[in-house]
Every structure is written in structure tokens, then in C-alpha cells.
Design a protein around this ligand. Structure first.
Ligand code: KIV
Ligand code: ZN
Length: 396
């Protein structure tokens, strides 16, 4: 039996882009959108057109050029937002209007200062108006996981009745835990009579570092769309990281039997492109795309990987588009040094290897990173020195 499809909704250009340090100009957004299409995401949320003329322009440009993924645009539940989103998306081959309103009492009373009835009226009008532009309408209940359950069910049933085809219930402030969010989606889907008429979606923030775990727990409760971003960028601590979600399903199909359709070999390139565009590096030990994610420095680990990579690698670096790196440092073993020398084209005698190995370990005490140029220099000078000693020792 085929695995269930898990829809990947990428919001790097919207939720990601709106966080400090990650803003992009229109040309940069277009470049990233091309790469997201090459990566094979299902939906690209290209922006929030009412936010600025630049945002609207970027959404229109991406809608004009990008083919393959659905192009989505965000709008609040009000007529001007929806009109702007609908117009910006007009050139798209396939478009989605993503309209949202907060539903928790905290947000309704303290932020929006409206009643639950007014919230329902706004969402009814918004979904109806959005359907005038496209059949593909997503409704999001901001701060869903802190919303009263009876009201949550009423909101979801109403949005589906009005024609929303995707229901996104965000953990806007990253407050949920995995068990809790699975129960939450299970209860909503169980209680809402027309739940089978929509795809349910999770949008988890990472304030407690649980965004990926929460998203995957939501999938276990019937959610079939995950909203996520490259490198996990997004408001505050960020959103669920796309590469972690995708690779979790690829590496553990026994536990997560879902197909994302993402070309995983493009993951590293996409991550790198985003860091180049924004000049914001990912942490070295970030799962999947961090500099150290496939780097082995400890001698025991390097020895294991050389003998059988599965000893310390649960996924193949090339599946993400990364070359495996045995990092040379003071913890490296002789095997790793020999392998690196071979990789850069030197076949050393045992005697040469002994010398080279000792020089590298010495250097590693003083210098953090040892690159291929260092290794080449060490080999060449070792060989030159050995040749000199041999000549000096030869009888005249
Ligand atoms: O975090 C959130 O609630 C959002 C919505 C606008 C979808 O980003
Ligand atoms: Zn968000």
C-alpha cells in the first residue's frame, strides 16, 4: 500500500522572512522561490501582500514565474487584505489564499478587542470572499492551541462550511507539547462533523524547541500538511525546520510512513542559498544542514565510519547533497589522516604517514581547522625533508 502524502507548505518567504535579520528583496525572494520549486515543496507561501507594495510585487512576480508548486499568499480576515492577496496571485498557475484570524480569548479580548461572534462573522466573510478568487482556500486560527475547545470546533466547522479546503491550527507561541498537540488535533477532527472535507495542517513555532516534534505528533493525529521553513527560520525561535521534517520521514518510514515528494539532494543547496542571501549562518551543530551534521572528528568515530559508515551515520550525506567530511583535528586517528591524504591524491608509505600524522596532530593543537591546503603543505614538506635526509645519508 502506498504511503500517505504529507503536504509540505514552505513559509520561508513569509513567516521566515518576517523575522529580524531575514528580510529579502524581491529579486532574492524570486531566486529562493526557484530553488524551493527545484526542491519540490508542494506550496510556497510567497508573502503577505497587504504588508507592503514590495511584498505584493514579490508575490506577483513569483506567481508569474514559478511553475509546479501552488503559490500562497497570506491575508487577515478583512476585505482589503483578501483583495490584495487575490490580485497578487492572479498570474499563478495554481494559487491559494491563506486567510487567518486569532481565535483564543486572550487574542480576541486583549489584541483584536472583538467578541467570538465577531470573529466568526469575519472568518465567514473572508473565506467566502477568498473563494471568489480561488477554490484553494486555507483558513488559519491563530493561537489555536490556546483556544477554547468548543469554540475551536465551531470555528473549524464554520470555515469548512464556507469552503475552506485546508484548516491550519497553529501553535503560534510554541507552547504545546507533542502529546498535547496530538490530543488537540484528534479531538478537533473527532468532534467537527465536516472534518473529512478538509486537509488539516500544523504550523508549529519553536519557542520550546519542540516545533518538529509537535508537527510530527500532529501528523500521528491525522494532520496531512506541515508548515515549515528552510533552516527553521521564522518568528522568534523560528518555525519547524523543513529539512528535519522531511529527513525524519525519509530515515524512519517504519515510524513515519509518509511521502513528502521533496528532492532531498537539494536540501543542503537550499539551506546554503538561504544563508548566502540573508548572511545569517545556521548553527554548526544544526540537524541535517549544520556544518558538523556529518562531520566526524573523534578518532574512534572516524575509524568506524571508514570501516562502515553506518556505525555513526544514520543517513547518507549525499542524500542531502552534502559531501561526507572526516574533519582532521587533534582527535583524529591515523586511518582518517590516511583517507584524507588519499582523497587529495597522495598515496603515502607507512613511514611517510607516521610523520605526516604526527605533524597534523601537532598543528591541530595550535590551529582549530585543518584544511586540504594544510595537509598538502605538510605532505610536501615531509617528503622534501625525507628526500634531503636520504641524500645526506648516501655515501659520496
Ligand atoms: O504563527 C502563526 O499563527 C502564523 C499564522 C499567521 C498562520 O504564522
Ligand atoms: Zn507562524
Amino acid at each position: 500500500m502506498a504511503n500517505d502524502k504529507l503536504v509540505i507548505f514552505d513559509t520561508t518567504l513569509r513567516d521566515g522572512e518576517q523575522s529580524p535579520g531575514f528580510s529579502m528583496n524581491t529579486e532574492e525572494k524570486l531566486v529562493l522561490a526557484r530553488q524551493l520549486a527545484a526542491l519540490g515543496v508542494d506550496i510556497i507561501e510567497a508573502g503577505f501582500p497587504i504588508a507592503s507594495d514590495d511584498d505584493a510585487h514579490a508575490v506577483a512576480l513569483i506567481s508569474t514565474e514559478i511553475r509546479g508548486p501552488v503559490i500562497a499568499a497570506l491575508s487577515r480576515c478583512n476585505p482589503a487584505d483578501i483583495q490584495r492577496a487575490g490580485e497578487s496571485l492572479a498570474p499563478a498557475e495554481r494559487s491559494r489564499i491563506h486567510t487567518f484570524i486569532a481565535t483564543s480569548d486572550l487574542h480576541l479580548e486583549r489584541k483584536l478587542r472583538i467578541t467570538r461572534e465577531q470573529c466568526l462573522e469575519a472568518l465567514i466573510a473572508a473565506v467566502r470572499q477568498a473563494r471568489g478568487y480561488t477554490d484553494d482556500v486555507e483558513f488559519s486560527a491563530e493561537d489555536a492551541t490556546r483556544t477554547d475547545m468548543d469554540f475551536m470546533c465551531q470555528v473549524v466547522e464554520t470555515a469548512i462550511d464556507m469552503g475552506a479546503t485546508t484548516i491550519n491550527l497553529p501553535d503560534t507561541v510554541g507552547y504545546s507539547t507533542p502529546e498535547e498537540i496530538a490530543e488537540f488535533f484528534g479531538e478537533v477532527r473527532g468532534r467537527v462533523p465536516n472534518a473529512d472535507k478538509a486537509v488539516f495542517s500544523a504550523h508549529c513555532h519553536d519557542d520550546l524547541g519542540l516545533a518538529v516534534a509537535n508537527s510530527l505528533a500532529a501528523v500521528s493525529a491525522g494532520v496531512r500538511q506541515i508548515e515549515c521553513t528552510i533552516n527553521g527560520i521564522g518568528e522568534r525561535a523560528g518555525n519547524a525546520s523543513l529539512e528535519e521534517i522531511v529527513m525524519a520521514t525519509k530515515v524512519r518510514p517504519d515510524r513515519l510512513p509518509y511521502d513528502t515528494g521533496v528532492r532531498t539532494q537539494e536540501l543542503f543547496r537550499t539551506s546554503q542559498l538561504l544563508t548566502e542571501i540573508t548572511s545569517e549562518a545556521v548553527q554548526a551543530n544544526k540537524a541535517i544542514v549544520g556544518r558538523n551534521a556529518f562531520a566526524h572528528e573523534a578518532g574512534i568515530h572516524q575509524d568506524g565510519v571508514i570501516k562502515d559508515r553506518r556505525t555513526y551515520e544514520i543517513m547518507r550525506p549525499e542524500d542531502i547533497g552534502v559531501e561526507s567530511t572526516l574533519v582532521l583535528g587533534k582527535h583524529s586517528g591515523r586511518h582518517a589522516v590516511k583517507r584524507r591524504c588519499e582523497q587529495i591524491g597522495y598515496d603515502l608509505s607507512r613511514f611517510e604517514l607516521d610523520r605526516v600524522y604526527r605533524t597534523i596532530i601537532d598543528l591541530a593543537d595550535r590551529q582549530k581547522h585543518i584544511d586540504d591546503d594544510d595537509v598538502t603543505r605538510i605532505i610536501e614538506s615531509t617528503r622534501a625533508e625525507l628526500a634531503r635526509t636520504e641524500t645526506a645519508a648516501r655515501p659520496a
